[in-house]
Write a protein that binds this ligand. Structure first.
Ligand code: MCN
Length: 776
């Protein structure tokens, strides 16, 4: 808590510790897998061991005969009973010259299209019997040739995944602002970089899980799901199971992280409730880590070819981007939106007058891709920030200088990019100057020059600036109720899964209502308690959900003043709320508490419009998206003997507008950095030529460990957003977006004297060692 000049406690801006944590760190958190349901059955799913094959037979009879097995089903049994396929909610507009949307059901029936494609399930009295029974399902298939390379997916003669079309094209679109050809024709300098933004696997602490019970008398389903979007799951279940929405309650209890991947709606989220209703028994499913790798959407997997045209002074005149997207075998819920976001954000923090983007997306025999922390913006920041470094190298300029020359100036905000994104506010030069100053940039450069002269470990300096789009609408709920005991309840439509909304929303409400945070309960993630909501993704919750809380708290406070005025027989404009009590300005001796006012709402003497529950329930509808930004810098050392990279220092200056809780915002930056650095140095989903996922366990998938990271030094500037009453922007993805180009720029910088201009991630020691062998 901080204290204002007037001595009033201020919670917005204070480093309040997360109220969520005591339960979580003492093992009291209740995740889906912890939900005990009497008489529950367990579902296990048979997933294809082959990446591409025609299904000949699936015989479940032997599995069904195993004692303890209650039922076994294939897609032919279940899919006809579902009203709609799995959802893909992106509408592809007129920019798309090709738009295809393969329908997909929870269990595949005709042919499998990726390793792990689900084909059958068993339900048994415990999960071990269910797992054993999977082994007894006779799954006969005819293997087909496989395509895993997205750049080969449109070649003649490659196997076609969805035969209703004559090739593997998923979608194609293009967009242009200005005249890119003319700018390139006039350019004094051009550079081109081809970047592979490798496929990664989201690793939430909690693998996905679903549980459901069905009350046949009431025709009511209760579903527990490890999801970021319980209301969307509820709406979709109503549609697919042809039930009234009100009869379906979806609860996301503790969710151990999601990182975008749990914003999808998955087959298991349909199958478990379906089975609970069909069998009339509670049903549960919880993925193991390896099963999660095969059943939860993967991230990234784009190839970007970026060209810049500039003058000799380094002013960028045009950017031209080609995106190749590997969708995997099918779409997930919003797959096409990811590349669209990359295209929209491709000019980054720079005032570039001409830009063009052409995206080609293909189906391959790999797992579907879906948003993963940043979803399209990390790809954009990576490609433009790498290209700026290559341009600086080409012009023999300092990377900081090239950036300074191209920033969108602060007086141009709100700024409409040439590809029609409207950035709300920004001060990019300030963020970069701050981070350079904090790092003592020139001293780092001097040290680098010394090492190059005198030998020793190679040293590289990387910097990157980023801007990203977040705070997506169209609305969010944030109801405020002040109860008769003077305590408040917040009902939020956001669905936190690690972000700490209970703490943060209580801070917002506390300041507005002057009710202490400990007297404010924040409820979320249960459709029976919070009737509507959109959920948590795209760093939208603080700008949209937090603003809904503020707006409704203000409405309740103003109504409370009117009620207090009546009860005190005073005029409303004279009423003030001070130290949590209502009184006439200047007369604090006659005052009312929230309890008095809340109980007074039932007083017959009140005009009818003021009577009734002290509650405000309006949705907040933002006027547009917000654009957080920042500048990161790091110093790496490379051991010339082993190629091992050590990040010696890492500094960030992030700007998410006004910060509600610096402690939590810094936590978001820390987590985000781990994921961006993880992708830069370690992580990669590797498939072999047959489409087998080789990195199918944590033994093979290189998730970074704590010792791989430096001690981060975080700092911030605060440029408020004009688009919401809190002046906030999101911070949940920012550091993932800024960190990958920063680290890669540093490593390339360390090797630049050897003629290295670009290296594709992950930058493993082996890759660096090879380069050192070849070039030293
Ligand atoms: N915050 C703040 N001031 C601001 C903005 C944010 O104090 N101006 C703090 C608040 O405490 C808020 C938190 O940062 O609770 C995150 O807010 P916001 O940036 O609005 O992001 P969301 O709450 O919408 O979270 C979504 C975002 C995304 S898109 C991914 S992916 C992600 C992330 O959050 N996944 C996460 N952070 C994660 N953190 C955890 N622990 N687990 C995940 O799966």
């Amino acid at each position: 808590m901080t204290v204002s000049r007037e001595g009033i406690p201020q919670f917005i801006g204070a480093r309040v510790k997360r109220r969520e944590d005591p339960a979580l760190i003492t093992g009291q958190g209740k995740y889906v897998a912890d939900i005990h349901l009497d008489g529950a059955l367990y579902m296990a799913v048979l997933r294809s061991p082959c990446a591409h094959a025609t299904i000949i037979t699936i015989d479940t009879s032997e599995a069904e005969a195993l004692p303890g097995v209650v039922a076994a089903f294939t897609g032919d049994d279940i899919n006809p009973q579902l009203a709609v396929p799995l959802p893909m909610v992106v509408s592809m507009d007129e920019k798309y010259s090709v738009k295809r949307n393969p329908r997909r059901y929870p269990l595949t029936t005709d042919k499998v299209r990726h390793f792990g494609d689900p084909v059958a399930l068993v339900v048994a009295t415990d999960q071990y019997i269910a797992a054993d029974a999977l082994e007894l399902i006779y799954f006969d298939y005819d293997p087909l040739p496989v395509v895993v390379d997205p750049e080969a997916a449109l070649d003649d003669g490659v196997p076609i995944l969805h035969e209703v079309w004559d090739n593997n094209l998923a979608f194609r679109w293009s967009d242009e602002g200005g005249d890119v050809e003319a700018a390139f024709a006039k350019a004094e300098t051009t550079v081109e970089v081809r970047l592979v933004n490798q496929r990664v696997i989201p690793n939430a602490m909690e693998p996905r899980a679903v549980a459901a019970t069905y009350d046949s008398e009431a025709n009511a389903l209760t579903v527990w799901a490890s999801t970021q979007v319980p209301h969307a799951v509820q709406e979709y279940l109503a549609e697919v199971l042809a039930m009234p929405k009100e009869q379906i309650r979806v609860i996301a209890p503790e969710v151990g992280g999601g990182f975008g991947a749990k914003g999808n709606i998955y087959g298991e989220e349909v199958l478990v409730p379906f089975l609970a209703r069909h069998l009339g028994r509670p049903v549960k499913w919880a993925a193991s880590r390896s099963e999660d790798y095969l059943s939860t959407a993967h991230g990234r997997d784009q190839i970007n070819i970026i060209r810049l045209a500039a003058d000799r002074a380094g002013h960028v005149q045009a950017a031209d981007l080609k995106i190749i997207v590997d969708c995997g075998g099918y779409y997930s819920r919003v797959t096409p939106a990811i590349a669209a976001t990359t295209g929209q954000m491709m000019t980054g923090v720079y005032d570039i007058p001409n830009a063009r983007v052409e995206a080609t997306a293909v189906f391959t025999n790999k797992h579907p891709t879906e948003p993963y922390r940043g979803a399209g913006r990390p790809e954009a920041a990576y490609l433009i920030e790498r290209a700026m470094d290559v341009l600086a190298d080409e012009l023999d300029m300092d990377p900081a200088e090239v950036r300074q020359r191209n920033f969108i100036p602060p007086d141009k905000f709100p700024y409409k990019t040439v590809l029609n994104a409207t950035y709300d506010s920004g001060e990019y030069a300030r963020a970069l100057s701050r981070v350079l100053e904090l790092a003592d940039y020139q001293a780092w450069r001097d040290e680098q020059a010394r090492r190059r002269r005198e030998g020793g470990k190679l040293m590289g300096i990387g910097l990157a600036c980023y801007v990203e789009v977040c705070g997506f609408g169209p609305w969010e709920a944030g109801t405020i109720i002040v109860e008769a005991d003077g305590k408040a309840t917040v009902l939020t439509g956001t669905s936190p899964h690690g972000q700490g909304h209970e703490t943060t929303w209580a801070q917002i409400a506390a300041d507005t209502l002057q009710i202490p945070p400990e007297d404010i309960t924040v409820k979320h993630s249960d459709t029976a308690i919070v009737p509507r909501g959109i959920g948590t993704f795209g760093s939208r919750s603080t700008p949209v959900g937090g603003s809904a809380v503020l707006q409704n708290a203000e409405t309740v406070r103003e109504r409370a003043k009117e009620i207090a005025a009546h009860l005190l027989e005073a005029a409303t404009p004279d009423m003030v709320l001070e130290d949590g009590r209502f009184h006439v300005r200047g007369l604090p001796e006659r005052s009312l508490s929230w309890q008095d006012v809340a109980q007074g709402t039932y007083n017959d003497s009140l005009p009818p419009e003021l009577r009734g529950e002290l509650k405000s329930d309006d949705d907040f509808k933002p006027k547009g998206e917000t654009y957080p930004f920042g500048a990161h810098i790091c110093m790496v050392e490379i051991d010339p003997e082993t190629g091992d990279i050590e990040i010696v220092r890492y500094l960030t200056v992030d700007d998410c507008g006004r910060v509600i809780n610096p402690l939590l915002a810094e936590g978001q930056v820390h987590g985000g950095l781990a994921q961006g650095i993880g992708q830069a140095l370690f992580e990669q989903a590797v498939y072999d030529e047959y489409g087998n996922l080789l990195t199918g366990t944590l033994m093979d998938y290189a998730l970074p460990k704590a010792h791989n990271f430096p001690r981060y030094e975080t700092n911030r500037t605060e440029t408020p957003s004009p688009l919401n009453p809190l002046g906030v922007k999101g911070i949940g993805e920012a550091a993932t977006i800024g960190s990958m180009p920063t680290v890669v720029n540093a490593v390339v910088d360390a090797l630049s004297h050897l003629g290295v201009r670009h290296l594709d991630t992950p930058l493993t020691s082996e890759k660096i060692w090879q380069i050192l062998q070849e070039r030293s």
